[in-house]
Write a protein that binds this ligand. Structure first.
Ligand SMILES: CC(C)(COP(=O)(O)OP(=O)(O)OC[C@H]1O[C@@H](n2cnc3c(N)ncnc32)[C@H](O)[C@@H]1OP(=O)(O)O)[C@@H](O)C(=O)NCCC(=O)NCCS
Length: 300
């Protein structure tokens, strides 16, 4: 895979990666090592002072922006949804227009057709939704810190992207998650994913902020996204996972996290924002600690 197609390979293929990511780990006792975030995340102020409070912008043009943003996403979703339903609607129209030899045959055909028509609808919804967000340019802004009260265009574009993703998650996610088709949708919707990536969670957001190398596995119910909301601000940062990384069931991965190749995160763990996880290492706990293997106390 080329570097352009898969930016995560840029981040994790060099040997220097191990050294670089490992620098952030601190020794914290005989069995575990704490994980430390870089001193200054990209958009944090050097003193880590909380960002200033922003008052809601009630001016007419700000409210106009909100109305336009919500109205446009509603119209687009109606079009996308309508086009996705079209093949199924066509089938059902033809179905009801036909004459069947008897009632039981009609009932059997009706029952059998439900699942395939829904699958076709769900697939069309994924493709058209991803295509529409690509055309409109609705994406999560990179390394941003946006006051919610400011109601700015980048914030509203992010909200529209989230709404589109949510509609797909609701109607197609349950059918396709953890399959290559779900990976195909994530990629189409802006994610940079290598080959053999499986995402078995519907709580993976901000797809254009995800850079996963080959064979990454995201377990069931993992919460992983490129944004967080803190003190009235939406903050964003890219999550980069190296080749063969596994994120265990039910874990939470913060924004800006980077994990080196072969890194494993145990089930029900919390990886704090901007943490750097060392290659080939297992991390567990809340927040995560490096899992050190116990030595056999009585070697033979
Ligand atoms: C973390 C994990 C990879 C470790 O597996 P392992 O290397 O075989 O290690 P072990 O199971 O032998 O456990 C080693 C120690 O870590 C502890 N441990 C294991 N998983 C843990 C977790 N999720 N949280 C906290 N501690 C954990 C064990 O209790 C054990 O402690 P001990 O040495 O004091 O007895 C595995 O337990 C795990 O959580 N896998 C997640 C798999 C997953 O969800 N995949 C997603 C797709 S299904």
């Amino acid at each position: 895979m080329s570097d352009t197609a898969n930016p995560s390979s840029r981040a994790f293929t060099a040997e220097s990666e191990h050294a670089e990511i490992g620098k952030a780990s601190l020794s914290a006792g005989p069995e575990t090592s704490a994980v430390k975030a870089p001193a200054t995340p990209p958009h944090a102020s050097p003193e880590s002072a909380p960002p200033p409070a922003v008052r809601f912008d009630w001016r007419p043009w700000a409210l106009g922006r909100v109305v336009w943003a919500l109205g446009s996403v509603l119209v687009l979703e109606c079009v996308v949804f309508g086009l996705s339903v079209l093949p199924a609607a066509l089938f059902w129209t033809l179905f009801f227009e036909r004459d069947y030899p008897n009632r039981p045959v009609a009932i059997v055909v009706l029952s059998m057709a439900f699942v395939p028509t829904y699958v076709i609808f769900a697939f069309a919804l994924m493709v058209l939704s991803a295509w529409s967000t690509g055309v409109t340019g609705w994406r999560t802004p990179r390394d941003a810190e946006l006051p919610i009260a400011g109601l700015s265009w980048p914030l509203l574009n992010w909200a529209r992207y989230m709404i589109s993703v949510h509609v797909v998650r609701l109607f197609a996610g349950a059918v396709f998650r953890a399959t290559p088709i779900w990976t195909f949708y994530l990629r189409l919707n802006g994610a940079h994913l290598g080959k053999g990536v499986y995402v078995n969670s519907l709580a993976v957001n901000d797809h254009n902020m995800l850079e996963f190398d080959d064979y990454v596995v995201i377990g069931d119910d993992v919460h992983l996204s490129g944004h967080t909301v803190e003190r009235g601000y939406v903050k964003t940062a890219t999550v980069r996972l190296g080749r063969n990384v596994t994120i265990g069931l039910g874990s939470v991965v913060g924004i800006g996290v980077q994990a080196g190749p072969g890194c494993q995160v145990g089930a029900l763990s919390l990886v704090p924002k901007f943490a750097r996880l060392e290659a080939g290492t297992t991390y567990v706990g809340t927040p995560v600690r490096r899992l050190e293997r116990k030595r056999d106390p009585s070697p033979v």
